[in-house]
Structures are given as structure tokens and as C-alpha cells.
Write a protein that binds this ligand. Sequence first.
Ligand code: 2PG
Ligand code: MG
Length: 463
Amino acid sequence: MTNRIERVHAREVFDSRGKPTVEVEVTCAGARPGRAMVPSGASTGRFEAVELRDRGDSRLDGLGVRHAVANVCTEIASVLIGLDANDQAEIDRRLIELDGTPQKSRLGANAILGTSLAVAYASAEARGLSAVARFREIWENHHRRAGGVSPPVNSSVTVVRPTGGLTPSDRLGEKMLLPLPMVNMISGGLHAGRQLEFQDFLILPVGATSYSQAFEWIVMVYRRLGRVLTERGHEGILIGDEGGYGPKLRTNEEAIEFVVAAIEAAGLKPGSDVAIGLDVASTHFFEEGRYRLPSVSSSPLTAEQMVDLLERWVTRYPIISLEDALAEDDWDGWRLITERLGQRVQLIGDDLFVTNVARLQEGIERGVANSVLIKLNQIGTLSETLATLKLALDNGYWPVVSARSGETEDATIADLVVATGAGQLKVGSVARSERLAKYNQLLRLEESLAGEAGYLGGAIFTR
Ligand code: 2PG
Ligand code: MG
């Protein structure tokens, strides 16, 4: 059965930082429109697909997206109208071909991603499917066509038994899974006025036995963290772009210690119940081959000194995940950290891989990292995102589906992470509704998919 696309429409809407972004509606004959909104990063990688903004325009300081919107309503619409919305791979192929540039800079990755996702929703609307069911269908098609299954996940750490009929040998990417959330507690870097050099101090509730329990623990740690910060003299703390606290602290280590104290104050055990993750976002303090960390040392660190430092922290604190520990261009540094810590912690490439199959392939060949952040707008179509996810799973890399620091009420990634069984989700903290849109959707899915979707939680880190 086909569902012909009848209408493609876009408009400018606004994201959680009050910046314009693209919303696209795609409608199939006789159905209600499918709709998607595009997120936007602040600490972006150089190799990401290009977000088209109305640069040079005085309106909205040149941040407008009217050109991207116009591209959807004219060029993109004229190619898509009449095509079958059920054939996501073909739609995405056409979009990529129409743009014709390596980083989607002509039509804009925001125009293209909004359209790609809206087509998936349009197909769901036309056939009365839920978003998660449609994404599952697309993932299964993709999986089948690309052939092969993912190998077992490849590393360390002690954790809980999986639930929902799963066993530790169940592979990521096969069954539908509620994800292990990785949640920001303290923000620094570009998300909180560079108060701290590191960008995210996160928790992973590895000991929880269900998504809803994991989320409750997160909320309690967040609440206790607020109290602990206040008790120790940090009055009137502001929150960062993703809802994490943005206290004025002297060092990154102090932030880790506060998070550990908050876990304990919530009556949970650091490490076995709740582990810690860091998004170092080091690309953003990497200059002339050195890492500028004034809170650690007055002279910038070499990659080796950076790895020494992180190794000490991994030994001292219950850290199980490090994102962008080295910069997007520092392949040698990445190689070093992977040799030293790759068997002990999850090493996530975000700016490094930018959800790009070619960059991830290069990383696999060079033996760097063991995990990849999956952000739809870094690459610009649903099909390419799934290709990167699949490549990760086929090579024993953990995928972590992620939001951006600029988000909207669009909850696509919640449905997508469950549908693909990717296992982990990073959305930001629990204090802003554009984040809660995703967390709350997961609560709905946990309820509606009882019996169909399992929960591996922290068990994804068991060999
Ligand atoms: C990151 C993301 C989300 P941004 O670096 O992982 O936290 O930030 O969207 O600003 O790139
Ligand atoms: Mg990051």
C-alpha cells in the first residue's frame, strides 16, 4: 500500500532558547498532517550538517530560518509531492540528492531533517500508527535491508538484571527497549556561561530496574543536589540551557563531588545505584593542540596529561561514561584514551563522530572510542541517523540517542530510542518542559508497551 504525499508545508517556530527553528508538516492524501520540529546545538562540532539561518538579515539578529522554511515550501515540496510517504529510504535519498552538498548547506539540514521526520509522521498518520510503531517499522526495514545483527555489547561495570523478559545476552538494537537515561545535573561550558570548563555532569541510574524507577531516582538526586548546593552556601543557583544547575564552583572536580554527595543524600549508592558521566566537550577548550583548563593547570594540557587527569578521576569517582574527552580533531589523543580507559568506561564520540557514518567508520578503523552520540540534526535525515546507529551496533559501539541544548516540545527522540532498542538516551535535566516532553513520553511508552518493550538499564554495560 502506498500513501501519496499531497502537501509539504513549513513555518518558523521557536526553540527553548527563544531561537527560531523549522517546523515541517507533511500530509498524505485523506490523512491528517504529520509534523516535526528541529532542535539546535550550541556546542556544535565542525563536521556537523549545516543549520541554515538568515545570516546578514537584520531581523532576529540574523537567526531567522525563513530561507530554510522557503526551501521546504518550494524546492523540497515540488520533489516530494506525489511520492510514497511509506518509503522513508527513498524520500531521504531524494532529499540528499536534491541538496547535493556534503553537509546539506544548500537547502539546510534544518529544512531537510524537519521534512524527513515529518514524512515519517505523515506515514504514521495515514495508517493510524503511533510514532513508535512507525519508527519501529522503519528501523526493521533498515535493519533487514542492511543485513546482519549486532554483536553483544562489549564492556565492563557491574549492574542490575534486565527485566521485561530480557537476558544480558540480548543485543541492543533488536528488541524495543526503554532507555537508560543519562541526565545532566550540573551544567558548565557553553551551556552555562562557561562557569566550569566541562559541559555536563551527568548521572546514570544503572541500578534501577525500570525506566520509571530510574527517572524517580534522577528526580530525587536532582532535588537533593539543589538542597546540598544551598546548604553549602550556593544560594540562588541558576539553571543552564538544559535545566542542570549552574552554580559558581571553582573546579570541575568540585562539581563531581557535589553530584556524589547528592546521590548519597538521596539514599542511593554512588556507583552501583547511580553512576556518573561527564560530557567534557573538550573541543571547545582545545587550542593549538592543547587543552586549556585553567582550573586544573595554568599551562594548557597535552592530550596525554588530559588522559592522565581523566584516568585519575575515573579511579577516584564512580565515573562510567566520558563524552568528547578529547577534541574533534585529536585522533591521537582519542586513540590514547581508548587504549587506557576503553575497557573501563564508555567513551562517547559526539563532536568527533557527528552521527556521520564516514566519521564513525574512520573511528572504528582507528580503534577509537566505544560509543557514539546519535543526534538527528548532526546528519540531517532519519535514514542516515539509523545507518550510523546500525554501524555502531554492528561494531559493538554503544549508541546514545541525544537531544540538543536547544530543543522543542517535539518528542521524536523518545519514540526513536525505544523503537530502535538503542539502550541509552541523553536529554538534559528534569527542570525544563522541552526535556520533560521526552521523559514524559517515555513514561507513556513504558505503560503502553508493557510486554513489548523491555528494559536493560545498566545491564547494557555487562559483557
Ligand atoms: C552535547 C549537546 C547536548 P549541544 O554536547 O552533547 O548536551 O550539546 O546540543 O549544545 O551540542
Ligand atoms: Mg556532547
